[in-house]
Design a protein around this ligand. Sequence first.
Ligand code: DLL
Length: 441
Amino acid sequence: MSRSDIRYWNRKAELMPREELLKGQLRDLKTTVKMALKTAFYSKRLAEAGITSPEDITSLKDLTKIPFTTKDDLRSSYPYGMLAVPKEEVIRLHASSGTTGIPTVIYHTEEDIENWTELTARSMAATGVTRADVFQNMMSYGLFTGGLGLHYGAERLGALVIPAGAGNTKRQFKLMRDFQTTVVHATPSYLLHLYSKLEEEELRVSELSLKKALAGAEPYSENIRKKIENLFGIDVYNSYGLSEMNGPGVAFECVFKSGMHVWEDAFLLEVIDPHTLKPLYDGDEGELVFTTLKRSATPLLRYRTRDLSRVFPDDCICGRVHRRIERIKGRTDDMLIINGVNIFPSQIEEVIMKMPEVGTNYQIVVEKAGALDRITVKTEVGAKIFSDDTRDLNKIKEKIKNNLRASISISPVVELHEPGMLPVSEGKAVRVIDVRPRERD
Ligand code: DLL
């Protein structure tokens, strides 16, 4: 990539000087506090912290006076406790269900949707998508934000949008071939699944016109990115977002693929230590916390994402003023403790996906074996390897085991599976199955 590959969607918003960005952030933070004070939830929560008017915020440093908001807060104010405008002004809601059953709901006014659309158009343009592209959206449409979120942005950009939705691999291939799709939007696990089905459909990559994939909604390692890029011969760009902050369009890679630019004119970014809750410096790893700056229907202040990352302290070659975050390492709640050793599933993925023998899908199972924890890493390997001598299979098993032991000090049981044998999901991949009894907590 070179400088000539850089495309800006909104030069003013993307290239403004840092001081101007910070000035705008303070102005919009005050507006957000003003809106938040209109909600049943925040009027009480902010008053407890001594904030009763936007004038109580005089600089960005005052942000730390504001209490954090969590997913539980959103749930406990279900359905309308966090709505800041009359219902008549709301034109859409999105909801995410999670595991507890009570959804978290985010409402949008017309202007909120307009702002979100601008952000997703800007994000896609940063990866080089143009009106000449055919964009096949393989994310699910509905309450989930992945489908509609980029759909609107892609239309704004002027691309030809195919609203395919998630799943139905056969139809996805047909659409890709018939309409010469150039850009797809999907979870990384679904992209790997697609590849594993190519052969079954008697298709070759060369028959497709694919150039790019925008991949997100779940964690994936750099090695998974490389794998997808090499298999399809395309560029893969990382896209991060969460339904509480609209959905996709919070942070996106540009053509340089060196971290994701957080659109800081729309989201105030903090990185905190998840234990002490103190803000950290750029470069330090911690939990991402966001405050909405441009949303009136559901303003959210200091929302704790549970996602772990860090801010790159240096500037990107693309010149955008918006700081970049590193690929998400995991969530504070998905760290596994295996016989006392702390590991994130992403570390296991990083090791196994580097190995050429390992196929496109894997799963981690954690269980009790007597007093100890037992971790089993199940991976698919190429069909050819399976038809070979079992001695070769054992060698691969040993190699995976040794690599995991050497780099992250775990000694798992390794199981090899034929391609297509491990479960795939249409939405976010379920990589870890932890069946240890709960009392370990
Ligand atoms: O997954 C929004 C989205 C849709 C993002 C499409 C990107 C593309 P939720 O369902 O609320 O929203 O899940 C949000 O997913 O807190 C992260 O833990 C995880 N996540 C999202 N994108 C990434 C990514 C959408 N690129 C949760 N890398 C977030 C790692 C991601 N994790």
